[in-house]
Design a protein around this ligand. Structure first.
Ligand SMILES: O=c1ccn([C@@H]2O[C@H](COP(=O)(O)O)[C@@H](O)[C@H]2O)c(=O)[nH]1
Length: 274
């Protein structure tokens, strides 16, 4: 099996660079005339799978919205991930896990071990307990040909307080994270360790050495768009994966309307793959 980076690259070349998020906000479930229950969650997820499966490079379920329904929500998430992956659609679990190394190993087994019911193609992780604490996830991902997306510069304005702080060597925390990720991707076609870079940001760390996928959440509902993404990624457009959730999901529950919204978003970012 190919490593995650080239698999994502192939999917983006075929289907366009966009990632669509499955974020079952209670307000969206109500707007879709679904009950805000585990049953409603299941229907929401099934509609998303029907709308997006096979039509998008990456699907990103936001784990928090499933966890909110307890064990039944987790069961819906398991089914959603496995149905998408069974048909070859790449799944990024947006779990943003980060902890001391020994606990990180348990998170890694949950999201990146092929025997786990929640195993996904990739997972988001938080490096703010120290980049080295991510080692168990990076190691397991590498052994199993999965991917990891490391938060580097997030789309929320509060992130700057931590992420733009300077280290003793003068680099920002964000830049340090990008550099650590870059070291993981040396020699790869496209590395399997990516970063998360908010599409809402005014500027980006230096991405020259990154050689990994750049997930850009914040498209649409948070105000990011093609112009912002173009400016942020510069010459690294082929590694850029703009991500939108609410902007597309608001068009539901019609599968046709969801697909149309996805197609519009994909068209608006087609320039990244040119
Ligand atoms: O910096 C970040 C990291 C992750 N996210 C996640 O992406 C989606 C965005 O949803 P929209 O509805 O498109 O705003 C959501 O799951 C966030 O948790 C992010 O927004 N910014």
């Amino acid at each position: 099996m190919k490593t995650f980076g080239p698999r994502l690259q192939a999917a983006m070349a075929e289907l366009g660079p966009v990632c669509v998020g499955i974020d079952p906000h209670p307000e969206l479930m109500q707007a879709w005339e679904l009950p805000v229950t585990a049953e409603g969650l299941e229907q929401f997820a099934e509609i998303c799978v029907e709308a997006f499966d096979g039509l998008v490079a990456l699907v990103k379920p936001q784990v928090a919205f499933f966890e909110a329904f307890g064990s039944q929500g987790i069961a819906v998430l398991e089914r959603t991930i496995s149905v998408l992956r069974a048909s070859g659609t790449l799944v990024l679990a947006d779990a943003k896990r980060g902890d001391i190394g020994s606990t990180m190993a348990a998170y890694a087994r949950t999201w990146l071990d092929d025997e786990s019911p929640l195993c996904s193609d990739a997972v988001t992780v938080s490096p703010f307990l120290g980049f080295g604490s991510l080692e168990p996830a990076l190691d397991l991902a590498s052994r199993n040909n999965h991917g990891v997306f490391v938060l580097a510069a997030t789309s929320n304005p509060e992130g700057a307080q931590v992420q733009l702080a300077r280290n003793t060597d003068g680099r920002s925390v964000s830049q340090t994270i990008v550099d650590e990720v870059a070291a993981r991707n040396v020699g790869e076609q496209l590395g399997s360790v990516g970063i998360v870079l908010g599409a809402t940001l005014a500027s980006a760390p230096d991405l020259t050495e990154l050689n990994g996928p750049i997930l850009l959440p914040g498209v649409g509902a948070q105000g990011g768009g093609p112009d912002e993404v173009r400016k942020l990624v510069g010459t690294h457009g082929r590694a850029a994966v703009p991500s939108a959730s609410r902007e597309i999901l608001r068009e539901g529950p019609s599968v046709t309307a969801l697909r149309d919204a996805l197609a519009r978003t994909t068209d608006s970012f087609a320039f990244l793959q040119e």
